[in-house]
Design a protein. Structure first.
Length: 558
């Protein structure tokens, strides 16, 4: 892009959206305080009495989660979006979006948010600019991304991802603004991977509106990563130090609301082990000069699931949330604090707490924030985990035999659906690499790209599958999870005492109810995978078909 495109783009958006005012954000504390104060005065935010510089708000009940049915990938060729994405012709979609955005910011301020995904000085980072009419989005982007004069200056000179967002509720003079403006009837979350553009209309919540997160750092970035030879993944990154002082880094992909934030901030139940948090949701991973896989966290904050978070389950998150945090859709106590399921009972002023209620907070406040998280080159990854919510079949942990077998684990991932996305709960669905809602191109090409990455790596990370959610016949979790997950990481750190099974290497020291491989369940799993993989037609890599056949053959023998 040419220098000065920043200003001409802003001018064209202003002409299209017709806001009352324009504000270019500087990312400063004063700016945050001023916008927060304005929102409090307007009754849109509640300042919390128990937590300094912290706020509570409630979204419209129609706007509480990601909306996959309103999400589009508009590549020129439908085959570049693939069978797991909704494709629309880019030119047709542009016409629709121009109509929706025409005059949509009347009566509102248009905020320009220059941001950087990743450490500002990293060659792996990317610039983005989000234009939005939501002050709530501005506050969240302050916490979730790197902003400031240096980023703004670079956006005036260098290419950036263009994100345009509107809640989709223009105001006529004198018309009152709803507490949480949104326009669910005309909701569109639209991506143009080829031109690195995002157009999001009608929602103000989470990944629909904080465009640096899922839209930029996953959907657009995954397409860029395919072109440039790296990986943009829905993964946490953690540092793990054993009692002897040896440190490694692990990345893990679990679908939404399946335990990434909890694992990334784990407080070990086994003495002597230490966990540090690099990131809780997204990893950008490159092949380093040394042939290892290196990861940065493009984000600067957490947008985490509130319910279930407590001093017992995730004390490090609780300590992160003592100040400078935003809480959305949690309950509110009578003495002006927030509450959700899992916290000690309190007299409540607003009792409703949505299962996808979330906190937004800067990563720097996490007591176990890894100092290497700010390293421009990232951290070297020695193991990758894939996990989902599975009542049955998948053992607590298993280790793949090779990179290709590990890629097969990723492609085979399925999980019971959660409240993070709109739709039915607890239904088993395929979610390859936990990227089903986030892959910005054809999933078959994505599998192939993972196999290709393995060829580039001199020392590829070992790949594991994990499952914290196996249940007994009477429906109880068999594994305590949370801090106890260190026992699984301990084995990943040093996979000794393994037994080879048809599906992978499995540790022998756990209760067999957690790790046994049920032949009938796996035959069913294979049938289901054969059916699912057929969806990708001739784009399904033959290496993965070979893995499936090999698994079938092994199951006959073991
Ligand atoms: P997204 O932010 O949506 O990507 O979610 P996430 O993958 O970061 O999930 P998170 O760590 O926020 O956990 C989601 C829910 O799962 C919370 O209610 C947790 O309490 C619960 N959970 C997390 N880890 C475990 C575990 O080890 N065992 C059990 N039983 N529940 C867990
Ligand atoms: C997820 O759903 O995986 C999230 C929340 O991390 S959102 O940003 O809304 O996508
Ligand atoms: Mn997520």
């Amino acid at each position: 892009m040419k220098p000065n495109d920043f200003h001409s783009w802003i001018d064209s958006v202003r002409t299209l959206c017709r806001p009352d005012a324009v504000h270019v954000c500087d990312g400063s504390r004063a700016e945050f305080d001023r916008i927060a104060a304005e929102m409090v005065r307007a009754g849109k935010l509640t300042a919390l009495r128990q937590r300094p510089r912290s706020f509570w708000c409630q979204s419209d009940p129609e706007d509480v989660a990601r909306v996959e049915e309103d999400t589009y990938i508009c590549s020129i060729h439908p085959d570049d979006a693939g069978p797991t994405n909704q494709w629309k012709d880019p030119e047709e979609m542009r016409t629709v979006m121009h109509r929706l955005f025409s005059g949509c910011m009347q009566g509102r301020t248009m905020y320009i948010i220059p941001y950087c995904m990743g450490p500002v000085r990293s060659e792996h980072s990317q610039l983005g600019v989000e234009i939005t009419d939501s002050p709530y989005v501005v506050l969240n982007m302050h916490l979730m991304t790197r902003m400031g004069p240096e980023v703004l200056a670079r956006c005036e000179q260098e290419p950036f991802v263009r994100g345009l967002h509107s809640v989709g509720v223009p105001l006529q003079p004198g018309q009152p603004d709803p507490a949480w403006p949104c326009n669910p009837k005309h909701r569109h979350i639209v991506h143009f991977p080829e031109t690195r553009e995002i157009w999001s209309f009608g929602s103000g919540y989470g990944g629909n509106a904080l465009l640096g997160k899922k839209c930029h750092a996953l959907r657009i970035a995954s397409a860029v990563a395919r072109d440039e030879g790296w990986l943009a993944e829905h993964m946490l990154i953690l540092g793990i130090t054993n009692p002897a002082g040896k440190k490694k880094y692990i990345a893990a992909a679990f679908p939404s609301a399946c335990g990434k934030t909890n694992l990334a901030m784990l407080q070990p139940s086994v003495p002597g082990w230490k966990i540090e948090c690099v990131g809780d949701d997204i990893a950008w991973m490159h092949v380093g000069a040394d042939g290892q896989l290196w990861a940065i966290n493009p984000e600067a904050g957490y947008f985490g699931v509130a319910p279930g978070t407590s001093m017992q389950t995730n004390p490090n998150a609780m300590k992160t949330l003592t100040h400078d945090a935003i809480f959305t859709n949690t309950a509110l106590t009578q003495d002006g604090d927030i509450w959700w399921d899992g916290l000690p009972p309190q007299p409540l002023k607003i009792a409703s707490c949505h299962p996808n209620s979330r906190f937004t907070v800067s990563a720097k406040q996490c007591p176990i924030y890894d100092s290497a998280a700010e390293n421009p080159q990232g951290v070297p990854i020695s193991a990758i985990l894939f996990g989902g919510r599975r009542n049955t079949t998948i053992p607590l942990v298993m280790e793949s035999f090779s990179w290709a077998h590990g890629v097969f684990y990723g492609a085979s991932l399925s999980s019971e659906t959660t409240a993070a996305a709109k739709g039915e709960l607890g239904k088993l669905r395929h979610d390859p690499f936990a990227m089903l809602p986030f892959c910005g191109y054809h999933m078959g090409d994505y599998f192939d790209h993972w196999l290709w990455m393995g060829q580039k790596l001199v020392k590829p990370p070992r790949i594991y599958a994990v499952n914290w959610f196996r249940k007994s016949a009477d429906g109880k979790y068999l594994w305590p999870g949370f801090g106890e997950n260190i026992r699984v990481l301990e084995w990943v750190f040093e996979p000794t005492n393994a037994q080879k099974t048809a599906v992978g290497n499995v540790p022998q020291h756990f209760d067999s109810a957690l790790t046994n491989i049920d032949h009938a369940e796996w035959m069913h799993e294979i049938e289901e995978l054969e059916r699912y993989f057929a969806l990708f037609g001739n784009k399904f890599p033959k290496e993965l078909s070979a893995e499936l056949q090999a698994l079938k053959a092994r199951l006959m023998v073991y």
